[in-house]
Design a binder for this molecule. Structure first.
Ligand SMILES: *[C@@H]1O[C@H](CO)[C@@H](O)[C@H](O)[C@H]1NC(C)=O
Ligand SMILES: *[C@@H]1O[C@H](CO)[C@@H](O)[C@H](O)[C@H]1NC(C)=O
Ligand SMILES: *[C@@H]1O[C@H](CO)[C@@H](O)[C@H](O)[C@H]1NC(C)=O
Ligand SMILES: *[C@@H]1O[C@H](CO)[C@@H](O)[C@H](O)[C@H]1NC(C)=O
Length: 359
């Protein structure tokens, strides 16, 4: 049980980091109306890399102890059945695609299936839940492998150069690497050196995406990992965990530096999607933030500390309970936001994203 649980965590995510109370207020104008494209910028394809905050179906179904995202109630809100998304509905990838005015891109895993005919025009999603920049001791393709798969598709002519020129890439890095590092190394010792190596690799993968001809690359910064229900459980979901504050800050600062460096003086290829500030504004109910119920408590929770959302026992009996209205909860399970949370978060991201993409 212990082991399966640990796998589950590895699978989904990251919690080494932490809550950081940034008082910065984001001016989130909750316009849901569709933006107008003003100056002809037009993106036709989205290429997605990373982990469970972006995976729309690449991680295979390995049974409900490991890959709960393929079991009810995942997907209950959209599309009313599990699709491998770690949420009750849409997640970051879906909102970015919708913002570009296209459909959510084809999961790489489905490239040989019939559905590819329909979705290939919108790009491809290589993200796999549980993955990191390094290997995390699981069956998840690391970021380098995901980029390899992308370049292979390009080389095979699936996405011609012309298409790449009008595409956007989304790279979701949510912290699985730090979690795994701590588990395997038993401590934080050497974490700084580890982070430096992580950023070296991230840099080279980002450059490879750019090198393929993608003109706009969005990279997520770390969300307040210490506020995920898994971390807040010890306080009955009343307080975010602040133990890894320094690491969270360090990661997001390093990311800013990397993006500046990659962009240099002239290009505006790279952009950090500020998940930290947007999550944080909602979690701390900064003025103007949409309201959510008991914000640090998951909608879908295991009945005891050895079970998680969507798990059933050998007789098919549920080992979890579900809130009455997922739309009123920020967190869906121990690690992942609800669709309503992603929608709210995305409203915060939109203004800067619109400027960056000149939309
Ligand atoms: C990524 O995965 C490949 C294949 O398993 C492996 O050879 C490579 O060393 C991994 N890269 C990193 C940085 O862990
Ligand atoms: C674990 O920490 C030690 C001490 O800093 C470091 O030398 C070592 O490289 C780390 N292990 C891994 C797997 O990175
Ligand atoms: C945790 O909070 C719930 C209500 O939110 C309450 O019913 C329960 O008694 C609390 N448990 C502990 C151990 O404080
Ligand atoms: C659940 O957690 C509580 C408190 O952290 C602990 O006392 C208890 O032994 C745990 N139960 C199981 C089944 O692990």
């Amino acid at each position: 049980m212990e082991k399966a649980l640990r796998h589950f965590f590895l699978l989904c995510f990251a919690f080494s980091l932490v809550f950081l109370s940034m008082g910065r207020e984001v001016n989130a104008r909750a316009h849901t109306r569709r933006h107008k494209r003003s100056n002809g910028a037009h993106y036709k394809k989205l290429f997605v890399f990373g982990d469970s905050y972006a995976d729309t179906g690449n991680l295979g179904n390995l049974g409900n102890m490991l890959t709960t995202s393929w079991y009810e109630p995942y997907g209950m809100t959209f599309p009313h059945k599990p699709t491998g998304r770690f949420s009750n509905g849409r997640l970051l990838t879906d909102y970015v695609a919708s913002f570009l005015g296209i459909r959510s891109p084809l999961p790489y895993k489905y490239r040989r299936l019939e559905v590819s005919k329909k979705l290939l025009p919108y790009g491809m999603n290589f993200a796999r839940a549980g993955s990191g920049i390094f290997d995390n001791g699981n069956f998840q393709d690391n970021l380098t492998l995901q980029v390899d798969a992308f370049l292979w598709q390009v080389k095979a002519g699936v996405f011609p150069e012309y298409d790449l020129k009008s595409s956007v890439a989304l790279v979701s890095v949510s912290g699985n690497d730090y979690k795994y590092y701590k588990e395997t190394n038993g401590s934080d010792a050497g974490a700084l050196d580890f982070a430096n190596r992580l950023f070296q690799l991230l840099k080279s993968d980002l450059k490879r995406i750019q090198g393929a001809g993608v003109p706009k690359v969005l990279v997520t910064n770390l969300h307040p990992v210490g506020c995920t229900p898994y971390m807040t459980k010890v306080t009955n979901h009343t307080k975010c965990d602040s133990t890894a504050l320094g690491e969270a800050q360090a990661h997001n600062q390093k990311l800013e530096i990397l993006i500046k460096e990659l962009n240099g003086a002239s290009t505006k290829t790279f952009f950090s999607l500020d998940l930290f500030t947007s999550f944080n504004s909602i979690i701390n109910q900064v003025k103007g933030a949409p309201k959510f119920e008991s914000i640090l408590k998951p909608c879908c929770d295991g009945n005891d500390n050895s079970s998680t959302c969507a798990q059933t026992d050998d007789n098919g009996m549920k080992k979890y309970s579900l809130c009455s209205n997922p739309d009123s909860h920020f967190y869906w399970d121990w690690l992942h936001p609800t669709q309503a949370a992603w929608a709210a978060v995305f409203e915060y991201l939109k203004p800067a994203l619109r400027r960056f993409l000149s939309l």
